[in-house]
Design a protein around this ligand. Structure first.
Ligand code: KG4
Ligand code: ZN
Length: 341
């Protein structure tokens, strides 16, 4: 049996896990920084990096403790080195390189977005490739043709905000908490999704596998402030109004994600969709996507919510790279920008 220690510090979660080559999770820890970023309604990169630095060693220690193994019993070290916040990535990459050097064990750099899709492979307990992959997170909204676990082709993505980012910003406009996704979803439960007709960019353009959520965000802002007025802060909304705005916004995002997924499936001819990233935890999205794909007899795999939001377990994609001989050296760098592979 081979045991992998995986490290995840791409954004604002410090996470580590020990997983074996049967994809059994032996121990996993996620230390959230929500309480640090909440007052700012978004992730502050400098705060995130400093918190990772304080937490990375205790988090790794705790993952090993839960797994009941020592560092000497670890066979390889994996780290998400792209994409993400530069300072955050650096902490994980340096920790992983140090362990690899000291223990003399292989180092595997992984792509965080591919890992989000691989969460579906872990959850399914069987092969899920080839498939269309959709990553919907705080930083990314992208569609991929996934030929196998090491071969991802970027099909298209957002041209401005990510879906999760839109949830976070709209939550802030509505005076809801951070992270915004769960807060908007909770507020939307009592709302009417048809109360406001918000824009759904390029939704009918089948050839355009792109998303745009910035106009939607602006539309919510004007819906709060009133026509022609930009100052939404002085407007006191009733709980009913907040619920309707949240539900209508959520519906617009869900419509775009569902439609574009169908377009990508049609374009590639693939019959399976794997969805990952924090927004994939959204209940309304899961239901609507499930209904749409069931009608078309297309297989849908969405990881359970705890594997949708950032975690280190999904770093087990490193086993696939290890098997394919894709091992990295100590020159592995953090690559903050989007890597379209
Ligand atoms: O994948 P993730 O944990 O981190 C990134 O890689 O970005 O995604 C975080 C994003 C945040 O924007 C958060 O608001 C959103 O996922 N999110 C949700 C839900 N849970 C988390 N969005 C909508 N509905 C949810 N239930
Ligand atoms: Zn993520």
């Amino acid at each position: 049996m081979t045991r992998l220690l995986t490290i995840e510090t791409t954004c604002d979660e410090t996470a580590a896990a020990v997983v074996d080559d049967n994809l059994r999770v032996l121990g996993a820890v996620v230390a959230s920084q929500d309480e640090l970023h909440g007052p700012f309604h978004g992730v502050v990169p400098e705060i995130a990096a400093r918190a990772h630095l304080e937490r990375i060693v205790p988090v790794i220690d705790e993952a090993l403790r839960r797994a009941g193994v020592t560092l000497a019993e670890i066979d390889a070290i994996a780290v998400a080195h792209t994409p993400g916040l530069a300072g955050s990535l650096l902490v994980g990459v340096v920790a992983a390189k140090t362990l690899s050097l000291v223990l003399g064990k292989p180092l595997i750099g992984i792509n965080h977005l591919q890992a989000h899709i691989y969460a579906c492979r872990i959850a399914a307990g069987r092969d899920v490739f080839p498939c269309v992959g959709l990553v919907v997170s705080g930083g990314h909204t992208s569609l991929y043709r996934c030929r196998d676990a090491c071969d991802f082709e970027w099909l298209g993505g957002t041209i401005d905000d990510a879906a999760g980012e839109a949830f976070d910003k709209v939550a802030s406009l509505l005076g809801l908490g951070f992270p915004g996704g769960p807060a908007v979803a909770r507020a939307a439960i009592d709302g009417d999704p048809a109360a406001h007709r918000f824009p759904r960019s390029f939704i009918h353009d089948e050839d355009r596998l792109e998303f745009s959520f910035s106009g939607l965000k602006t539309a919510v802002r004007y819906a709060i402030a009133g026509p022609g007025r930009a100052d939404f802060r002085s407007v006191a909304l009733t709980p009913r109004q907040v619920a309707d705005l949240a539900a209508s916004f959520q519906e617009a995002v869900v419509d775009c994600l569902v439609e574009k997924s169908v377009h990508a499936l049609r374009k590639t001819g693939l019959r399976r969709l794997c969805v990952g990233g924090g927004v994939a935890a959204n209940q309304r999205f899961r239901e609507r996507l499930g209904q749409m794909l069931a009608k078309r007899r297309i297989e849908l795999i969405i990881a359970p919510p705890e594997l949708c939001t950032d975690n280190a377990v999904m770093g087990a994609i490193a086993f696939e790279r290890l098997r394919a001989g894709l091992v990295d050296g100590l020159d592995l760098d953090p690559l903050p920008g989007l890597v379209r592979r």
